[in-house]
Design a protein around this ligand. Sequence first.
Ligand code: SF4
Length: 509
Amino acid sequence: MKSIPITPLPNPAATTEQGLGCHAGKDELQKAAASAGKSQVLEQYAQDYPKGPHDQPQSMCPAFGSLRVGLRMRRTATIMSGSACCVYGLTFTSHFYGARRSVGYVPFNSETLVTGKLFEDIREAVHREADPDKLDAIVIINLCVPTASGVPLQLLPKQINGVRIIGIDVPGFGVPTHAEAKDVLAGAMLRYAREEAMAGPVAQPRQARAGLPTISLLGEMFPADPVIVGQMIAPMGLSIGATVPTREWRELYSALDCTAVAAIHPFYTASVREFQAAGRPVVGSAPVGIDGTHDWLGAIGQACGIAADKIDLARNQALGAMRGLLAQARIKGRITLSGYEGSELLVARLLIECGAEVPYVGSACPATPWNAHDAAWLQSKGVHVQFRASLEQDIAAVREFKPQLAIGTTPVVQAAKEACIPSLYFTNLISARPLMGAAGVGSLIQVVGAAIGNQARFDAMKDFFGSVGAGDEAGVWQEQPVMHPEFKADMRRMAEKKRKKAKAEEMGS
Ligand code: SF4
């Protein structure tokens, strides 16, 4: 019988305390991870995904981003190592979003964590799964607790029977958003593929290429967008290559084998590093709206060494159709916009070009060189651009600007609807449509116009329900709620007394 060697974990005790997770104990987990030998990874994350002014945007567990990227790839198995409650939430969310694929899980308990048996269990699981007939790659994701206890995924073999093994740490205390967690995995895969390409010949793309210089796209987009962008750059003699995150391992090689990279979503810092290491120029922003398309086509053309007359040809073709559409229809109304997808600034640009007044745009993602151009454009139009926006800032913007439409995340939309303001979910209703070129203009004008037109329905509902279910009367009541204003007055008095006492102590000290 083969005996499995046990590798003791550097710092298991730090993570066996009860109740540590994203809801509490973030600092302890961070310290534990640093003392467990993960400082280098955490420092790289701190550099790649800068925090502040708000540390942790209130979005879903960041690991979902990596999980989603893994689950969307053909011939790739994704395995998680983490607390059962985290894995439950993550598998639930991935199936909610139509994963149609099993999620692997290596469970642990205090004993397997403390003895280091967890790492051996992971190694065993990876060996069992590594079937080259079925898989190109296996992704292992360390969630918060295994990262903090130092489960050394880097000690896993780089490949087993030809199946690539990609181990990544994606703790909520190191990676701020699920958007950036997509980059953690995409970057790790690009690095692996780049090293393979440097070592020798690699697999050809599944579909033969046209022989034209290609532009790789960075970011998950609506499926029509790459096609639309391809039509826009065709007059320059360029074509669209792979989109990262890719759907297949061999697409990573074609992505790297491009002439230039379009960082459509601006937060793929680790992926950009790999492209730059491969000597590929990177261009930010995207072809949205008149100004955006004009500037982006120019930047892409220059990055690829295209002559000015060909750039102008591409611009004339793309902008003509857009101008025609904009002359026919416009958006009328004030809109606040917030989200965690990374494309918020692009959508805000398009909304403004379509006629909307946009006083505020909030993004959970950070400012990067790839959205600097969009931020500057928006600021020149008087828009308040909030990077790493918190939920409180997004809701405060809705309250302050009283828009005719609030586009945002679920809790922002909920707050807006309560205030009788028509609203749209960014993820489901804006990201699920084309954004680029004339198609983006047409689609956005239509969906936004219809939503703003719903105000009368909101007013009718408000008239009908009045204050039922609002404030103190929220929740399920068996009988008519009885208000107790005297309790409120008491509580207010006590709070005021406490505040005065604290102030007096502060002045006396
Ligand atoms: S893995 Fe995700 S859900 Fe679990 S504690 Fe970390 S951030 Fe929270």
